[in-house]
Design a protein around this ligand. Structure first.
Ligand SMILES: [Zn+2]
Length: 247
């Protein structure tokens, strides 16, 4: 059966701890809570890791967070052979914040790359030390140096990153908001989360359910590690943290 967990990270991605109650434990040991700060794997962003602290102070590790039948059905997956909490038991949640913050910075960096390279996206994946986006573009003469310089202009401009909720109708009226060729934002729930960059979304806005930092400056120093040719008209861009190493 599908559960509806109150996803606290949708309103505040900076929550590192919270209290919750165990609603269910599925037949594979997956833990479902009434509310959570753990983002579940979705849209190319990996799910959170961390711990659940029981009343006696013992910890249950969360090795992965995934969705069940729906996106509101958030399952905390402990490593094998771990103690299983009781339904109704209160637990204190704590994220592996260092990892999550890296993912937020990387994910936001991916949005910046789609501003610098405004081409249809055919795939994307975020991790804490490397991300990639595949674009449908022929060889357009992009160099790692040029793209890195333009990304860092956006980072240094320290522009706000925020979420605006729009209706299915507003999205239908603005089909250009959707940059992915293969992934359509879920419609039918009435509200779509638009991730906006810049004052009044002057730099970018696109539907996204992931977690992002609150300003482009918080992304920090990044560079393009590689531009790989994946097909005649497809290029894979890799983003990494830190300054570009000398060629
Ligand atoms: Zn996003």
């Amino acid at each position: 059966m599908a559960y509806r967990t109150d996803a606290l990270f949708r309103d505040d991605v900076y929550l590192r701890t919270a209290d919750a109650v165990v609603v269910a434990v599925n037949d594979r040991g997956g833990i479902i809570l009434d509310r959570t700060i753990f983002y579940a794997t979705s849209g190319g962003q990996p799910g959170d890791t961390g711990t659940l602290e029981r009343a006696d102070g013992s910890l249950i590790a969360v090795a992965a967070t995934i969705t069940g039948e729906t996106k509101d059905d958030i399952i905390h997956v402990p490593p094998p052979e771990q103690a299983v909490p009781e339904v109704g038991e209160p637990v204190k949640l704590a994220l592996d914040w260092e990892r999550r913050h890296l993912l937020m910075r990387m994910h936001t960096a991916c949005h910046l790359l789609t501003v610098v390279c405004p081409f249809p996206i055919t795939g994307a994946s975020v991790s804490e030390d490397d991300s990639r986006i595949d674009f449908d573009i022929p060889d357009a003469g992009f160099t790692r140096e040029d793209v890195t310089a333009r990304l860092m202009e956006l980072v240094r401009a320290d522009q706000p990153v925020f979420v605006r909720l729009i209706t299915d109708e507003e999205l239908a009226a603005n089909p250009g908001l959707v940059k992915s060729k293969n992934v359509r934002p879920p419609v039918g729930t009435g509200k779509i989360r638009l991730v906006c960059i810049g004052e009044n979304a002057s730099i970018d806005s696109q539907p996204c359910g992931g977690t992002h930092v609150k300003s482009t400056g918080e992304v920090g120093e990044i560079h393009i590690g590689k531009i790989e040719k994946k097909g005649r008209e497809n290029r894979r861009f890799r983003i990494r943290f830190g300054p570009m190493p000398p060629a």
